[in-house]
Design a protein around this ligand. Structure first.
Ligand code: GDP
Ligand code: ZN
Length: 443
């Protein structure tokens, strides 16, 4: 790795500015030679003229020197900001190649050096790859999260190794054992909290990726279709006053806070129906509950206590553990009382009132949905594969319960294996070649 590499990092020419990046032990000598100037203050961008080997001027430029290891690659780095013409760039590249031990970088070589110098984990590299390729805002955020997650995994691993080495000292010398164990447990608990937050973030990102399922559930005629139409700003469901019009489930897609949501208007839930088609509709509606992220239970003043009890019972029985329930008291304009069975459930769920046949009668519901979507898909800064994180979390939880330093160590070591998979994975050079070859030159 002793050669110094360079590349045009700023993309297609011509452009306003062409950025050349140089990385490796020769970075400062290269900068000195091309500028014919000895003193370069680290991290300070300065105006300079650049000359070829025959002292003819190449361009006027801005340049900066970053000493390693606090650089992207971990090596000494220099950057040149020249005028972005093809002629300038070609001339400058030629001059760079003429310097001994300096050559043009291969695809992804900067990142590869960052990886080899422990600046970036393999998931970080993959995240960076996605970041460069991202097309939509959502992809950009997810990619950024993955890249930063990779960096965070490296940090977590370092911290765990530190705790391990402290524990080894306790095992070897055995002084103030209890105090030191307590301290180690405190350290582990901090890391554990962080890992658990990252698991939640990953789950949220996965949810956002697949989209959320929102299901409307209630007796026929309670106003489900009207609410759906209001939320979708469109007449997608047939609204009628004959109970049971929506016989099958109807799905509408809409975006809430940038997350794709599938809103399902289920067939009305009515007990003891003789109608075969209607019974089938009800069965499907119940199925929908099982995979709902948010269930909107619609109740109107004409719903009987039996209706409401049955509906709430279905929801309680069929909903998944992490799903959210909103009770909507619809037809508030009628100014009539709602069944009393609701009172108990209202304490446990979110409750909003709507007037679904008026134009702004669902604002409160729309806002509530917005905040629940936010809760289910929180903005994630760090994203790492949850399965490995979960293994790590389990081991660390066990380690916290140990009163014996040696056993604690063995749990932390197992946790480190999972983190290790996140940071390096079982990657060999072939895998790396595969990843880096897709990078552009200059990254
Ligand atoms: P669904 O069977 O649960 O889908 O109920 P619909 O949306 O089809 O509505 C049934 C009937 O109730 C229709 O005649 C609607 O116009 C009426 N309706 C819905 N929401 C309201 C409301 O907030 N106030 C009043 N007064 N009528 C409503
Ligand atoms: Zn309907």
């Amino acid at each position: 790795m002793s050669s110094t590499i360079f590349a045009l990092s700023s993309g297609t020419l011509p452009s306003a500015i062409a950025v050349f990046r140089v990385s490796g032990p020769q970075s400062l000598p290269v900068l000195r030679q091309l500028s014919r100037r000895k003193i370069w203050t680290p991290k300070m961008m300065e105006y300079t003229k650049l000359y070829d080997s025959e002292r003819r001027i190449i361009d006027e430029a801005m340049a900066v020197y970053f000493p390693g290891p606090k650089t992207f690659t971990g090596e000494d780095t220099a950057e040149f900001f020249l005028h972005g013409s093809q002629a300038v760039a070609t001339k400058f590249a030629t001059c760079l190649s003429e310097i001994e031990n300096v050559r043009e970088a291969k695809r992804g070589e900067f990142t590869r050096r960052a990886f080899h110098n422990g600046k970036m984990s393999i998931s970080g590299v993959r995240g960076l790859d996605r970041l460069i390729r991202s097309r939509t805002e959502k992809e950009r955020r997810a990619a950024f999260g993955k890249m930063r997650g990779g960096v965070r995994a490296v940090e977590i691993r370092k911290k765990l190794v530190q705790i391990l080495s402290k524990l080894f000292v306790i095992i070897d010398f055995g002084e103030h054992v209890e105090l030191q164990l307590e301290e180690a447990q405190r350290d582990v608990s901090e890391i554990l909290q962080e890992i658990n937050r990252m698991i939640a973030a990953w789950n949220g990102a996965e949810r956002a990726q697949r989209g959320l399922n929102i299901v409307l559930y209630g007796r026929p005629n309670s106003g489900k279709s009207s609410i759906l139409n209001q939320l979708a700003h469109d007449d997608v469901a047939i609204v009628s006053s004959i109970p049971g019009t929506t016989r099958d489930s109807l799905v509408t897609s809409l975006q809430i806070n940038g997350v794709l949501c599938r809103l399902t208007d289920t067939a009305g839930i009515r007990r003891l129906t003789d109608d075969v088609i209607e019974a089938e509709g009800m069965r499907r509606a119940q199925q929908r509950l099982e995979c709902a992220d948010i269930i909107i239970v619609v109740v109107d003043p004409e719903s009987t206590s039996d209706d409401v009890a049955a509906i709430l019972n279905d929801v309680e029985e069929l909903k998944s553990g992490e799903s959210k329930v909103i009770i909507v008291k619809n037809k508030t304009d009628l100014k009539l009382p709602y069944p009393e069975v609701l009172i108990d459930s209202m304490k446990k769920c979110h409750v909003v009132s709507t007037y679904a046949t008026s134009s702004n009668g669902c604002e409160e519901l729309r806002n509530k949905l917005g905040s629940l979507v936010e809760e289910l898909c929180p903005e994630a800064n760090f994203l790492l594969d949850a399965e490995l994180l979960r293994k790590c979390s389990d081991e660390l939880t066990c380690s916290m319960l140990c009163q014996d330093a040696a056993i604690m160590c063995s749990h932390i070591e197992t946790a480190l294996e999972s983190i290790g998979e996140l940071t390096e994975g079982i990657v060999n050079e072939n895998v790396l070649d595969g990843i880096f070859s897709k990078f552009c030159i200059g990254k």
